[in-house]
Design a protein around this ligand. Structure first.
Ligand SMILES: Nc1ncnc2c1ncn2[C@@H]1O[C@H](COP(=O)(O)OP(=O)(O)OP(=O)(O)O)[C@@H](O)[C@H]1O
Length: 311
């Protein structure tokens, strides 16, 4: 039996805004059940990549398949499988929260019987008391949370979330993380952009780092940490002296220490933040070869995209 196709398969995607090239030969595969966090400095092309994956922008070269379908040719049944949080929105000036959700829900209902109720999603995200509020009166964090509530309506198999937690307070952010992982427990797949490295560390089964329109690193958090250093630093106090030892196998090293004779023992590994900062500060000319070096997956061939607009 042939393996299931990836949920997302982008291959060799180039994109430019007019004469400004933004994406260069970007290939990204997301397998069922993965939580992929897309990281990178401001302006490197993360949102542009997401929009190419969703078919709202058309790649100038390369191909995009989502659910083995060209998103630019996909219909309502395809979109009912996807929950989206995007960076930009245009709101109806006088709409209230319930109008927005009812409108999205009515579209979802035409294609799926799995749709949640408005009360269910508002309750889940902690906006139950905002149902009658005008969109224009919501705070930035509440507006973003409403987008996430809307993304949950269709109990989606795929969540594509562009900075879903920007501007959220810590408890709202933690609730949103729990809701994302609930969807993953329900076998959903997630692609999300974020600048919050602790969020990526908490949620990601895989981290993809972009710089200057290219993917420069792709791997698990542990793999990316090991790219910059496979060594842990062990420190301890003994006889009033501080000792430091670097080792690639701290467990074995600890067995050699007389734990009764020492105090203040710490074992420190590089953080994702340290790995990220090291990787994005690599010189641009190294980036193409770094991708080859750091990629942990190969991308299957996909069929070319077409020019039809998204409905
Ligand atoms: N509609 C547009 N027209 C022209 N240029 C654009 C447009 N949108 C984005 N750009 C440019 O494309 C580049 C990539 O932008 P993009 O929004 O994809 O970056 P990003 O990685 O998502 O950034 P951030 O982390 O700040 O959200 C930037 O140089 C930006 O100025």
């Amino acid at each position: 039996m042939s393996p299931a196709p990836p949920i997302i398969a982008a291959r060799g995607v180039d994109f430019a805004y007019g004469k400004n090239p933004v994406l260069h030969d970007v290939s990204l595969t997301v397998q069922p059940g993965e939580v992929v966090c897309l990281l990178g400095p401001n302006g490197v092309g993360k949102t542009t990549l997401v929009e190419n994956l969703l078919g709202s922008l058309r790649p100038h070269a390369g191909s995009v398949r989502v659910f083995d379908t060209d998103p630019r040719r996909a219909g309502a049944a395809f979109w009912a499988r996807i929950g989206l949080v995007q960076q930009n929105w245009t709101d109806h000036a006088k709409w209230r929260v319930k109008d927005q959700l009812e409108w999205i829900r009515s579209m979802q209902l035409t294609a799926s019987a799995r749709v949640a109720t408005m009360a269910e999603v508002l309750d889940a995200v902690g906006l139950a008391d905002k149902s009658n509020s005008r969109l224009s009166r919501l705070s930035g964090g509440q507006r973003r949370t409403l987008d996430f509530a809307a993304a949950l309506l269709g109990r989606p198999e795929l969540l594509i979330l562009d900075e879903p937690t920007t501007g959220l307070d810590p408890s709202s952010k933690a609730r949103l993380h729990d809701l994302i992982m609930e969807r993953v427990d329900d076998r959903a797949t997630v692609l999300m952009t974020t600048h919050d490295l602790s969020e990526a560390e908490r949620l990601a089964s895989r981290v993809v780092i972009m710089a200057a329109g290219r993917i420069i690193a792709d791997g698990t958090v542990a793999e990316l940490r090991e790219r910059i250093s496979s060594e842990a630093e062990v420190t301890w106090m003994q006889d009033g002296v501080r000792h430091v030892h670097a080792t690639s196998n701290p467990e074995r090293f600890l067995q050699k220490l007389d734990l009764d004779a020492i105090s203040g023992l710490t074992v420190t590994r590089p953080t994702l933040e340290e790995a990220y900062l090291a990787l994005v500060s690599q010189p641009a000319e190294d980036e193409r070869s770094s991708t080859d070096h750091l990629a942990v997956r190969s991308d299957p061939a996909t069929t070319p995209s077409t020019k039809e607009p998204r409905p």
